[in-house]
Structure formats: C-alpha cells, structure tokens
Design a protein around this ligand. Structure first.
Ligand SMILES: *Cc1c(COP(=O)(O)O)cnc(C)c1O
Length: 359
C-alpha cells in the first residue's frame, strides 16, 4: 500500500486512523454481522451511530441547546436554495460576495426574493475580505450571508461581519472544525463535509431553533424544509448513513487529538510553514492579502503558466497530488485540512525549494 500526500480541495484527505477503522469494521460492524452500508437506518445499532455522532459534534463545537444539528444531503449547493426558502420571510437578504461559492449562493437566492449584495471583493479577483464593520444592511433583511472560508481563493474572515442585529448565515464547508467557533453568533452554520470532515454526500446544518418554522416560501418541497428534518432527528427519510458513520469517526478522532483549540494550533503551525516559504521565495507567490489568508486553502503562483504546469506535474510524480489550482484561478492550491499531517506540508515545502533551485 502506498499513500500519497493529497492536497485536494475536496473530496479531500481523511485521517488514516479513521480509514483503517472503517476498513476493519467493513464486513462486521461490532458484531452486527453486517457493514454499516447494509444496515437499516431505523435499526437500534444505527440509531446509536447517528446519536453518538451528533453528541460528539455538539461537544466539539460546544453547540448550545437551542440549536439543532441536521445531517442532510444535496451538497452545500442545495443550501443555497434551502436557506432563502426557509428564512426569507420578508423576501429580502444581504449577501457578502467573497468568492465563487458566495456568488452562487447570492445568485440562487435571487430566485426567491431580493438578494442584495452589500459587499464584494470581486474587483480584485476575490483576493481579500472586504471591511464588514459598517455595511449598509436593510432594516428588514431576513439574514446576512457569508462564505466564511473561500475554498477557491484562499481567504478567510478573521472577524465576523457586523450584521447589525440580523441573523448571520455562514457556509463553513472548507473551515468546518478547523478551529473553535462561537456558535451563538450564528443563525445557521452549514457545510458539506467532503472538505474537512468526511466523505461526500453529507451536509451538516447547525441551526438556531427559532429559525425552524412551518412558515417557508410557498411551494417549498417537504424535503427542503428544515422543520421536516429537525422534527425527525435527520431520519425523515434514509439519511446518507455510511457518510454520517465516517463523520462520527472523524469527530472521535478530533476529540482524541485534543479538540478544536488543538486543531487550530496545529493548523496555524502547518499554514505558517507554507506561508513563510511563499513570503521568502523568489519563484512562488501567495495570491491573497496576508491578513485574510486561510489556514486551509493556500493558493500560489509562479507567474508563468508553463512553469506552474511543470511544477504540478513534477510534484505529482513525487507523490504530492491535486496541487493544480481551481480552473477559474489557475496556478496552484494546496489544501491543508485537519487530516493533512505537518510532515506533508514540510515535505511539500522541501520539494518547492528544490524545484526553485533547479528552475
Ligand atoms: C465545495 C464547496 C461548496 C459546494 O459544495 P457541494 O457539496 O459540492 O455542493 C460550497 N461552498 C464551499 C465553501 C465549498 O468549499
């Protein structure tokens, strides 16, 4: 068996320990005589799995009791519609557009009401986070929407926007569980798990209870109402059962590692290795404003497309894979999520140094 260093933005690297455990339990989950993949989601065994996953997530994030945790499907992208369908009581919402995903959410919301762009960093290809301390947010806006970590561009909010009392909704797909968060500052925190938590197919939505109502936009399908899933503890229909099981294992791994404060320290340490190298390099350059740099996604360029391509190719041959930047940005991007070991980043930097010397 040979494993590579996988710098993919998502689906992404998972802890080896988790993969090994899942492999061991593949044929016979704890004496049940079957794989979790083959198990009824209504069985007692599975009930234990999903309840424990929720309890561990609550513990890790210190989720207050007045928030529900929902395990849903449809990808983060389905939330782009589900959020306005459930929250746009006044048919008005404020969007801060800091990248492709925020832009897609903003565009989708326009199908359901008045989505207002209150700030954007598109003027400089999303290379920074705009000042959100005093935005012009309409009084009757139902919520303020952000994408907290911009996976493609590699920026992250270091302070949350001043929503002026409005409900904050955040897509945290690519920074989920990378550091402690104060859940009480948000109305909804959600993310697809395939970036930093588990296998594709699960979306976790953490939602304040008062936002879960029958009063959704007319025509909202049953499956797209938060209330449907909240009332049924995420078992209204068949959930992405195996994916939730793997997420649960990752939660246990995170607890064992020391929880989210420890992850934050580790992630800062890892990111520093890469950013320090980029800041000192004559060949490679980071592409975003220093104060807005993400700990999870690190885009960089040489300034020469052919050299970029050569680097990506040689890196892959050396066992550092998925370093090609997003198709809309070019260059390179190293995603260094929770499960990427420090050693992987150190070795990548050593490889970059060598490449710089030789080219
Ligand atoms: C990947 C990603 C998405 C899209 O996720 P899907 O599950 O593919 O719909 C949305 N937002 C962010 C921040 C992402 O990184």
């Amino acid at each position: 068996m040979s494993r590579v260093y996988n710098f993919s933005a998502g689906p992404a690297v998972l802890p080896e320990e988790v993969l090994r455990e899942a492999a061991e339990e593949m044929m016979d989950y704890k004496g049940s005589g079957m794989s979790v993949m083959e198990m009824s989601h209504r069985s007692k065994v599975y009930d234990g799995i999903i309840k424990e996953a929720e309890a561990d997530l609550r513990e890790l994030m210190e989720i207050p009791d007045n928030y529900k945790v929902l395990f849903l499907q449809g990808g983060a992208s389905q939330q782009f519609a589900m959020i306005p369908m459930n929250l746009m009581k006044n048919k008005k919402a404020a969007y801060i557009v800091t990248g492709q995903w925020a832009k897609k959410a903003f565009q989708e919301a326009q199908n359901y009401g008045e989505a207002i762009k209150v700030a954007s960093s598109e003027d400089e290809t999303f290379s920074y986070i705009p000042d959100c301390s005093d935005l012009d947010i309409p009084e009757d806006a139902d919520y303020v929407y952000i994408c907290e970590n911009n996976t493609i561009y590699g920026t992250k909010y270091k302070t949350l926007p001043n929503t002026k009392g409005h409900t904050l909704v955040a897509d945290v797909s690519s920074c989920f569980l990378s550091e402690p968060v104060d859940v009480s500052k948000y109305g909804i925190i959600y993310g697809g798990v395939q970036k930093n938590i588990g296998p594709a197919g699960v979306v976790i939505v953490i939602i304040r209870e008062d936002l879960i109502t029958e009063d959704t936009l007319p025509g909202t399908p049953t499956m797209l109402k938060y209330k449907t899933h909240a009332d049924a503890d995420s078992l209204y229909n068949t959930p992405p059962a195996y994916g939730i099981y793997v997420c649960g294992k990752v939660f246990k791994w995170l607890k064992k590692m020391g929880g989210l404060s420890t992850m934050k320290e580790r992630n800062e340490e890892k990111a520093k290795i890469l950013y320090d190298f980029l800041d000192g390099s004559k060949m490679f350059k980071g592409t975003v404003r220093k104060e807005d740099r993400s700990l999870m996604n690190v885009p960089f360029v040489t300034g020469d497309k052919e050299l970029d391509a050569k680097f990506v190719k040689e890196a892959e041959a050396a066992g550092f894979v998925n370093l090609k930047g997003h198709r809309t940005v070019g260059g390179m991007r190293a995603s260094i999520y929770n499960a990427m070991p420090k050693e992987g980043v150190e070795k990548l930097v050593a490889f970059m140094k060598k490449f710089e010397e030789e080219n």
